[in-house]
Design a protein around this ligand. Structure first.
Ligand code: BGC
Length: 248
């Protein structure tokens, strides 16, 4: 690990449906300070089992850790569980992580973490007014940023699109499930982004999540009016944003 005493650093852990990823982060630049550690998400992904893996991913780091969950999180407590085990609802996640790992944790929604990372270091940086960061993965996560400040726990992946939850139509998981071509996927994402644009009129939409690594294949196929750009931190934004939010 290459850091000196004056460096602001933190540690972020991103909990997803298939993997739990963590790394130390240089908070001045948003760069990872070591290769990220990844462990498979235990199945069933119950709170106790996940907390134990989070402890392994953290390793010897002993500062306050930032951790994401694919859920609405208020005051360290998970309030929803659309794509994770239902037993998370009502769990004091920060308390559980402390009990299991001995570390203090700041727990936030995964897309919110990605959003603050993009606002500080990435594609939502220096944009005034409303910027929307959408993460397309197992579900669709959203972060609303107003003049760079997060409005937490928006759940725009749960808007209705063609009579379905939007995340069941336009997420990366939906692309794989329905075996969509890039053209077909871009058409679904376009319909979704146009719908969100109609409701909120953001200045810019940043597209992140797992599929952002492949944006060269499909982003140019989008048919929308609002400015759409790929995420600057790709799929590492969750780790980076969690570490940043843990700094307080
Ligand atoms: C959850 C969100 C989460 C998103 C992306 C949705 O199903 O409700 O909280 O941000 O998936 O993981």
């Amino acid at each position: 690990m290459r850091y000196d005493r004056s460096m602001r650093r933190g540690f972020g852990v991103d909990v997803g449906g298939s993997g739990i990823k963590g790394a130390p982060v240089d908070l001045d630049t948003g760069a990872l300070l070591a290769e990220r550690v990844r462990s498979p998400t235990p199945q069933p992904a119950t709170p106790g089992a996940v907390a134990r893996v989070v402890g392994e991913v953290i390793g010897p780091y002993d500062g306050v850790v930032g951790m994401t969950l694919p859920a609405v999180v208020q005051g360290g407590v998970a309030r929803t569980a659309a794509n994770i085990d239902p037993s998370w609802v009502g769990t004091d996640v920060a308390g559980l992580v402390h009990q299991v790992t001995g570390r203090r944790a700041v727990v936030v929604n995964d897309a919110d973490a990605a959003g603050v990372a993009e606002a500080r270091y990435g594609a939502a940086r220096d944009v005034d007014g409303l910027v929307l960061v959408l993460t397309l993965g197992t579900g669709i996560g959203s972060a609303l940023l107003v003049d760079g400040r997060l409005v937490p726990n928006s759940e725009l992946g749960h808007l209705q699109l063609d009579g379905h939850l939007a995340e069941h139509r336009a997420s990366d998981a939906a692309r794989k499930r329905d075996d969509l071509s890039w053209e077909e996927f871009a058409e679904r994402v376009s319909r979704y982004v146009r719908h969100v644009d109609l409701l909120l009129h953001p200045r810019r939409v940043v597209l992140g999540g797992g599929v952002s690594k492949k944006s060269a294949k499909w982003l140019h196929l989008l048919d929308v009016e609002v400015e759409v750009v790929p995420a600057g931190l790709l799929n590492e934004a969750g780790i980076v944003g969690a570490a940043l939010l843990a700094e307080g």
